[in-house]
Design a protein around this ligand. Structure first.
Ligand code: PNW
Length: 472
């Protein structure tokens, strides 16, 4: 195909948008919901930019019908959202709260009425605080409670939702939540990073089993990972090894057991000084290795690393927020470098070649597993004009480049079934609060008014035609 022809996507390609419960819902204390670790973290001074919390967020809990109408107007075919565990099971244990489940039932029904496919993420980081008080993800019990929760939600929504994701980005939960401490619960304990990772993997395995036991046979179950695209700064053996170490911690710690049935030997070696891995029980790796129906991939930017250079100031630049605690257990001395190129408002480099690299990797690694891009997008400062219109040419260019990359990977044989832009709405961007805007729809956080940005109209056009023009 030549450069100036439109790129045509497969006819049944799913065009969606995504959000997560704590980032958009608000209604933090309504209908029986109790605090999650993100409520606690956000209320702890100094943890989130400007003291922002998700108490109100986009008020999606009350405005979901407007938001569905917006998606329908934009012609989006799918919506990926997550369930707030503490809305459904306030203590993280025991019987479910029907009002909590009713919210998600109504949401799913509203989507289906408008022909929008609902895609549920069971866990997008908002652990019930009571489970954290009992030790959180470093404790195996959390995985067992998760399986019960998965069965509850599966049982309540399995008749209307066919796409299920167990976990969103376990890397962030374990490494940012228990390692660098920039995410809830804000702990900085190297061995807990490994324990949390393992128990998230166990939760995935038990969760798939629980979902299979309650969902109809045609339901599709997967997991969403954010595998790093890790590039060595040079081809020196030391830099190549630094890249291997970071890839092993960010990605293979999950893909090893989930996709291939076991932890990599080099992971055990690289982390031997931090842990004896006695938390790993006989049979766990087989339990985690459940057959799944798809793999969800989140991609934003590549990362450049090197072996230690001996300089006294090491710029971490790992894009994971600033912390004096390295989350990179056993490989704390690896250096992170800023890759050349334009940056988004997050300071993340824009490089669509990483998207091709990521999809190509999994096409090769798991050739028979359908792939979805469950998140991709960019934060930029919005320019609102006098008439209230929002111009975001940088976001359009970002999306164009990355969709072209997805198309290229498909042409090269990757089985990519769909793409979910992050995010439908500007929302609570974790430690950055409301200061970073990822939405294709602008949210005025004083009035909560929604205004589709130019990128929303642009994306709607791509979704409607299934074609990406040669230029944005
Ligand atoms: C993902 N990092 O999070 C999440 O799934 C979304 O909830 C989030 O809003 C989106 O990406 C944008 O950040 C990440 O530090 C959070 O590298 C942090 C990192 C990566 C992904």
């Amino acid at each position: 195909m030549t450069e100036n022809q439109p790129r045509v996507f497969p006819p049944d390609f799913l065009w969606g948008s995504a959000t997560a419960s704590y980032q958009v819902e608000g209604a933090a204390a309504e209908d029986g919901r109790t605090p999650s670790i993100w409520d606690t973290f956000a209320r702890t001074p100094g943890k989130v930019h400007a003291g922002d919390t998700g108490d109100v967020a986009c008020d999606h809990y009350h405005r979901w019908q407007d938001d569905i109408r917006l998606m329908a107007e934009l012609g989006l075919g799918a919506y990926r959202f997550s369930v707030s565990w503490s809305r459904v099971q306030p203590t993280g244990r025991g019987p479910a709260v029907q009002r909590g489940l009713d919210f998600y039932r109504s949401l799913a029904d509203g989507l289906l009425e408008r022909g929008i496919t609902p895609a549920i993420t069971l866990y997008h980081w908002d652990l019930p605080q009571e489970l954290e008080d009992a030790g959180g993800w470093p404790e195996r019990e959390t995985a067992e409670r998760y399986a019960e929760y998965a069965a509850i939600v599966g049982d309540a929504l399995g008749d209307r939702v066919s796409m299920w994701t167990t976990l969103n980005e376990p890397f962030c939960t374990a490494f940012l939540g228990y390692g660098s401490g920039v995410h809830a619960p804000g702990r900085t304990e190297p061995e807990s990073v490994l324990k949390a990772s393992h128990h998230l993997n166990v939760a995935h395995g038990l969760g798939v089993q629980a979902l299979r036991s309650v969902l109809p046979r045609n339901a599709e179950i997967g997991i969403t990972l954010n595998p790093g695209v890790i590039r060595p700064r040079t081809e020196s053996p030391e830099d190549v090894d630094a890249a291997r170490r970071i890839d092993t911690l960010q990605t293979r710690i999950y893909t090893g057991p989930v996709l291939h049935g076991g932890y990599p030997d080099d992971l055990r070696r690289d982390t031997a000084r931090a842990s004896d891995w006695s938390f790993l029980r006989d049979g766990d790796e087989a339990l985690i290795h459940q057959p799944i129906d798809f793999l969800g991939l989140n991609y934003y930017n590549p990362t450049v690393v090197s072996a230690p250079t001996g300089g006294d100031v090491v710029s971490r630049n790992d894009g994971h927020g600033s912390s004096t605690h390295s989350p990179w257990v056993g490989s704390e001395d690896v250096e992170f470098h800023l890759a050349p190129g334009q940056l988004t408002d997050m300071g993340w480099v824009i490089d669509p070649t990483g998207m091709v690299e990521l999809l190509t990797r999994f096409r090769t690694e798991v050739p028979n597993l359908p792939l979805y891009i469950t998140e991709n997008g960019a934060a930029f400062e919005d320019k609102v004009d006098a008439a209230g219109a929002v111009h975001d040419p940088d976001r359009i260019a970002y999306l164009h480049g990355h969709l072209a990359a997805v198309h290229q990977a498909i042409e090269q044989g990757a089985d990519v079934r769909g793409y979910f832009v992050w995010s439908l709405l500007d929302n609570f961007e974790w430690a950055y609060g409301y200061s970073k805007r990822f939405g294709v729809v602008h949210v005025d956080f004083d009035t909560l008014q929604r205004t589709p940005k130019a990128s929303a109209r642009w994306y709607a056009g791509i979704a409607a035609s299934g074609r990406l023009p040669a230029t944005s």
